[in-house]
Design a protein around this ligand. Structure first.
Ligand SMILES: NC(=O)c1ccc[n+]([C@@H]2O[C@H](COP(=O)([O-])OP(=O)(O)OC[C@H]3O[C@@H](n4cnc5c(N)ncnc54)[C@H](OP(=O)(O)O)[C@@H]3O)[C@@H](O)[C@H]2O)c1
Length: 325
């Protein structure tokens, strides 16, 4: 594993972080049981992952707490989040504090490393920074968590308006940002700012559905070509990003997707979500590989650098039995 420093928090974190939400929720989202989820977490620990991202909304705090119970607390970095409802501009700060206390119990820990407000829309940001953050920071001073973080609502804020404001406010030491091969505007809009203000970055949406479901990618290419946003030949090609897989290049599309985000200047931790032990291993291996060849990176920028908000699955796209991220 490679380790880095999470912005001004000074936390030493693995560059690959296990996402306990998304469509997989460690396998709980695809019908696997708690023992399986614990095995995924333990396998990640064995491979050197020390950062785990969960949330009140994911239902994976208890399983993460159980899996980490035997690990020295200072060897792991636990990130969790307040419920989505807290991002409502009318929500009471007391609700966020009550949820923080619940998370501490569910996670069986005395403190959380990064406590995040979850999916904050631009219109909810003033409330987040003026009402929620001060109340939560008083709890931090009691030792309940170390750093406050904030995550954007990627589908509802594809231009990162919220994050662009948050990085300039002292309250937040960490932001979570959506960025991937076909949604690259974080390079221009976010990462120069996070680097300037030394805000730690957790990267989400590296693969999601668009790169893990070939039909989804093909359908997206057709829509984009119909709108004149990508060359028609990509829509006609059954393997539109196949050019990335070659000797000296990526070994698969998913390998390309994780390597693409990992080496972006300004990205500290790549979150990956899975419920499959085999994916866990290959994804970490991909995140640890060198950058994609320059010719491929240039081509990705030329083909997709202008796209905004592609492949950011809105929560309603997931089956009702699953809790999305
Ligand atoms: N606003 C927010 O706060 C927010 C929003 C989104 C995400 N997040 C965080 O970011 C984390 C990562 O997001 P994500 O879960 O969407 O992760 P991701 O790594 O971008 O995508 C994971 C999806 O790809 C599949 N996959 C992963 N590796 C694969 C492989 N090698 N081959 C085939 N399919 C593969 C997974 O299914 P399998 O189970 O089959 O591997 C899963 O459906 C979340 O868990 C959460 O912690 C936060």
């Amino acid at each position: 594993m490679d380790y880095t420093t999470l912005g001004r928090t000074g936390l030493k974190v693995s560059v690959a972080g296990l996402g306990c939400g998304g469509f997989s929720r460690l396998g709980l989202g695809t019908g696997k049981d708690e023992a399986h989820a614990i095995e995924i977490i333990c396998a990640a620990l064995d491979l050197g992952v020390n950062l785990f991202d969960t949330a009140a909304a994911y239902g994976t705090e208890p399983v993460l707490g159980k899996a980490l119970a035997g690990t020295a607390r200072d060897k792991v970095v636990i990130c969790t989040k307040a419920p989505f409802g807290v991002s409502n501009p009318d929500s009471l700060p007391e609700r966020a504090v009550a949820s923080l206390d619940r998370s501490l119990k569910e996670l069986q820990t005395d403190y959380i490393d990064v406590y995040q407000l979850h999916g904050i829309a631009p219109r909810a940001y003033d409330h987040a920074v003026n009402a929620l953050a001060p109340a939560l920071l008083r709890e931090r001073d009691k030792g309940k968590f170390r750093w406050l973080g904030i995550t954007e609502t990627a589908p509802g804020d594809p231009e990162h308006q919220m994050t662009q404001r948050a990085v300039k406010d002292d309250a937040w030491g960490v932001v979570m940002v959506a960025f991937h091969m076909m949604h690259q505007n974080g390079r221009r809009l976010v990462f120069p700012l996070t680097q300037e203000h030394r805000v730690g970055t957790l990267l989400m949406f590296a693969v999601r559905n668009i790169f893990s479901k070939p039909d989804r990618l093909r359908a997206t290419m057709r829509e984009l070509a119909d709108d004149g946003l990508v060359p028609r030949e990509l829509a006609d090609n059954p393997d539109p990003l196949g050019f990335l897989v070659h000797d000296g290049g990526a070994s698969s599309l998913i390998d390309a997707a994780y390597r693409f985000v990992r080496h972006e200047p300004g990205v500290d931790v790549v979150l990956f979500g899975t419920g499959e032990p085999a994916h866990l291993k290959t994804n970490i291996a991909s995140i640890l590989k060198p950058p994609l060849p320059e010719t491929d990176r240039v081509r990705l920028a030329e083909l997709f650098g202008h796209l905004v908000g592609v492949g950011l699955d809105a929560p309603h796209l997931s089956p009702p039995s699953r809790r999305p991220a």
